[in-house]
Write a protein that binds this ligand. Structure first.
Ligand code: UD1
Ligand code: MN
Length: 449
């Protein structure tokens, strides 16, 4: 019976044993071994493999979708942050609506090259001025730097020569200078002669459309370049604009609104100290360029027409000067200039609607503003007897302007009858947290030298 059983059952048992053995070998294969190799041509394995691939692919897509959703979120957050950062200008206009276009788009600035002309002589700290310009220069092709050196001072020339990414030109004119009046500083004659020569190079030799002029004792703000780029269309389009300047003559920290780094004004007083000039304006100045005191000459009626032409100036200066020792004596520096700091802000001026600075707009804004601001006396201002946060104080003439100015501590000097920062006679500044306007009494007959 046993024999019978053996004979009858040995074959299936052998099959089972072989199957189990094969299964054992199969399962013992290294899990990391290639699935395809283990699987061979078995259709079931191929099916599983195909499904696995598909799952992996779908998982990949899901991950990338999750990633891009994160990106969109981050982008949206960035856009919102940028929008929030765009300063709302409560006094003169609103940020430019993205689709509306603005001043910056009325003239094409895309292909514009705006060179920087740095006037140098024998100041070794020219490297400080250059480092500052290079630090914030977004593109040297767009804002190429030309250093024009007067004075033939070799140690300074060597320092400039180290900057291989700027153009170094040298003014050589050894003709003796005889001042027109006794006691005049020859330095002012040399500066004026150098200015005429350097500007002639920029416009007649290199043929640029406009230039930003700085001196070897100036440092600039992070938004210095964008400021000039954004205001260029105004300068080009508004025939009543003579220049754009980076300087606020009353820019000491206690006289400015630090919460309004985007705020710009028009002024009838030429500020200089980092300013933009167009070729067409230079062409009018070139034939009559003065022998000395070029900046005060620009302020004369023959050039700026005592209010006929104005400049744009910022609430917070975009330049500061470290030039204590210079052609003029250091007193002005110690008492005044050294307290004017350049803004450390990075305002995106090209994203702002600057059309409020066109003459008609700005004049209307000013009239509207000043009509709604209450008048108080200088005494009440000084004693802060007011609850207003904007006030105007009237002055009758230059003399009274000067005594008002001295009483509060702003610049009291006038050039060609124009107070520093004045626009249509109005001088505005912050005093003990109050926005103040010194306003000439009506009817105003214009600036009187
Ligand atoms: C002041 C003005 C300056 C103006 C000058 C001319 C201020 C703070 N500065 O000069 O903007 O240009 O009056 O009226 O208001 N330089 C030469 N050749 C010289 C000497 C100087 O080219 O022989 C250059 C300097 O390198 C500098 C510029 O002229 O770039 C002004 O010289 P500086 O010594 O700084 O005189 P300031 O008294 O500041
Ligand atoms: Mn100087």
């Amino acid at each position: 019976m046993i024999k019978k059983f053996r004979k009858r059952h040995v074959v299936p048992y052998m099959f089972i044993a072989v199957f189990l053995l094969l299964l054992y070998i199969f399962l013992r294969q290294d899990r990391k071994a290639d699935f395809e190799a283990r699987c061979g041509d078995v259709w079931m394995c191929r099916l599983i493999k195909g499904l696995e691939d598909r799952i992996a692919e779908l998982q990949g897509r899901l991950d990338s979708l999750k990633g891009s959703r994160k990106d969109v979120g981050a982008n949206q957050q960035q856009i919102q942050e940028d929008l929030n950062k765009r300063p709302v200008n409560p006094r003169f206009g609103e940020p430019r609506a993205p689709e509306a276009g603005g001043a910056a788009e009325s003239v094409d600035v895309v292909g514009l090259t705006l060179p920087i002309l740095l006037m140098a002589c024998d100041r070794k700290e020219v490297s400080k001025a250059l480092d500052s310009l290079l630090q914030y220069n977004p593109d040297l092709r767009r804002f190429p730097i030309i250093v024009s050196q007067d004075c033939g001072h070799e140690p300074t020339a060597k320092i400039i020569a180290k900057y291989t990414n700027v153009r170094h030109i040298k003014h050589v004119n050894n003709t003796a200078i005889v001042p027109q009046k006794k006691g005049q500083n020859v330095g002012y004659y040399k500066i004026s002669r150098h200015y005429r020569w350097a500007l002639t190079q920029v416009f007649d030799v290199y043929n640029y459309e406009a230039v930003i002029i700085v001196e070897d004792d100036l440092e600039v703000s992070p938004d210095f370049f964008e400021y000039f780029l954004a205001t260029y269309p105004l300068l080009k389009d508004d025939p009543t604009l003579f220049c754009v300047s980076a300087w606020n003559d009353n820019g000491k920290s206690n006289f400015i609104d630090l919460n309004q780094p985007e705020m710009l004004y028009r002024t009838d007083f030429f500020p200089g100290l980092g300013w933009m000039l167009t070729k067409s304006t230079f062409k009018q100045l070139q034939p009559k360029w003065p022998a000395a005191y070029w900046d005060d000459w620009v302020r004369e009626p023959g050039q700026m027409g005592q209010g006929a032409k104005s400049c744009i100036r910022p609430e917070i200066s975009r330049t500061s000067t470290f030039g204590k020792k210079g052609v003029s004596n250091g007193q002005f520096f110690n008492e005044h200039l050294k307290f004017i700091n350049h803004a450390t802000t990075d305002v995106h001026f090209t994203q702002l609607d600057l059309s409020y600075l066109f003459k008609n707009n700005f004049d209307s804004f000013m009239d509207y503003r000043l009509n709604s601001v209450p008048v108080i006396s200088l005494r009440d201002l000084k004693n802060r007897i007011t609850k207003e946060n904007e006030v105007k104080v009237i002055y009758k003439n230059n003399k009274e302007f000067q005594s008002h100015a001295k009483a509060v501590g702003i610049m009291s000097d006038l050039k060609s009858g124009i107070p520093r920062t004045a626009y249509r006679g109005v001088v505005t500044f912050v005093y003990m947290g109050i926005r103040v306007y010194f306003v000439p009494a009506k009817p105003w007959a214009g600036y009187q030298a």
